[in-house]
Design a protein around this ligand. Structure first.
Ligand code: NCD
Length: 296
């Protein structure tokens, strides 16, 4: 694997290799086993043109745990504010000495373009509404660690699916791993693809789900929070009580409490958001190792 710009296009074996590699990486970290420093003498550049907390910090730590030096580009204090083009900025970071670039941008396709411009490996940390591959991979790790298997799970992705790059990556990954996937939300937020089952009623769906995967309304990408949406789709305590005992709740973060989820659910034992975040570092370590051709 030269770059990781999308999960679409990767086969089941390759996807499973990444998920299982990330599972092993997580076990090594948990047991404080030494991890092969496959990024020694490498420089990883984080180029986040959009805000980020968990994704940027976990890429940062993942690279450092593998021995890399990390440089971080901050658009607010960089020459982008002086009118430098995106291509020139990316080429500058490459010329400074970045060996691997982690790119987040609000335009679809920027990570792929960065790989073409520089000829260097790029990891997509979220491009517009397109994909967020490492988020989906860490979610698969979370599911596999919790349930033992992804195969046979019924998973509902709920909310602003149409504008969600996380949902796009999950829609490719989860069925490849054998899950039954349903997306639910207001009609106008459901994707046009026929490759996934769709529902406009959360409450009829809840009793069938093993996993409710909630999404933030992407207001920066055209999503509008309406009273109807909150009334019909917010996961509150009453709705959560319609779930099976074994069902869990996931969310890529950042959560908007009171919009897609209530405190009582977000802080309940069903909520696995902290596990998702924990799996972010080993998953990104596995992706870096795969780029270096040394994923165990
Ligand atoms: C997501 C993103 O940026 O796409 N966040 C994340 O990386 N965990 C989801 C979101 O912003 O809603």
């Amino acid at each position: 694997m030269k770059s990781l710009t999308a999960l679409r296009g990767l086969g089941t074996d390759e996807l499973l290799g990444l998920v299982d590699g990330a599972m092993r990486m997580r076990s090594s970290l948990d047991q404080a086993e030494p991890v092969e420093p496959v990024l020694l003498d490498r420089c990883v550049a984080n180029l986040f043109f959009e805000p980020s907390t968990r994704t940027r910090l976990s890429f940062d730590l993942a690279a450092k745990r593998l021995g890399a030096e990390v440089i971080t580009f901050n658009p607010g204090t960089s020459s982008t504010t002086k009118g430098e083009s995106l291509r020139d900025t990316v080429l500058t970071v490459s010329a400074i000495g970045a060996d691997i670039m982690v790119v987040r941008h609000n335009l679809e396709g920027v990570p792929t373009a960065a790989a073409e411009w520089t000829g260097k490996p790029v990891v997509n940390a979220g491009d517009g509404t397109n994909e967020h591959p490492t988020q989906a991979l860490l979610d698969a790790v979370t599911l596999k660690r919790h349930f033992g298997e992804v195969t046979g799970l019924t998973i509902g992705i709920v909310g602003d699916v149409a504008h969600s790059r996380v949902a796009n990556s999950l829609i490719h990954l989860l069925p490849s791993l054998g899950a039954d996937l349903v997306v639910a939300g207001p009609e106008e937020w459901l994707p046009s693809t026929d490759l996934v089952e769709k529902s406009t009623s959360l409450e009829t769906l809840l009793p069938d789900l093993d996993v409710v995967y909630l999404l933030r309304v992407q207001t920066e990408r055209g999503g509008v929070i309406t009273e109807d949406y909150v009334n019909d789709f917010r996961l509150d305590e009453r709705r959560a009580s319609m779930l099976r005992d074994r069902a869990i709740v996931m969310h890529p973060g950042p959560m908007n409490r009171g919009v897609e989820i209530d405190d009582a659910v977000a802080d309940s034992p069903r909520a696995k958001m902290n596990e998702q975040v924990r799996n972010g570092v080993p998953t990104r370590m596995a992706v870096f190792a795969a780029l270096e051709g040394s994923l165990q």
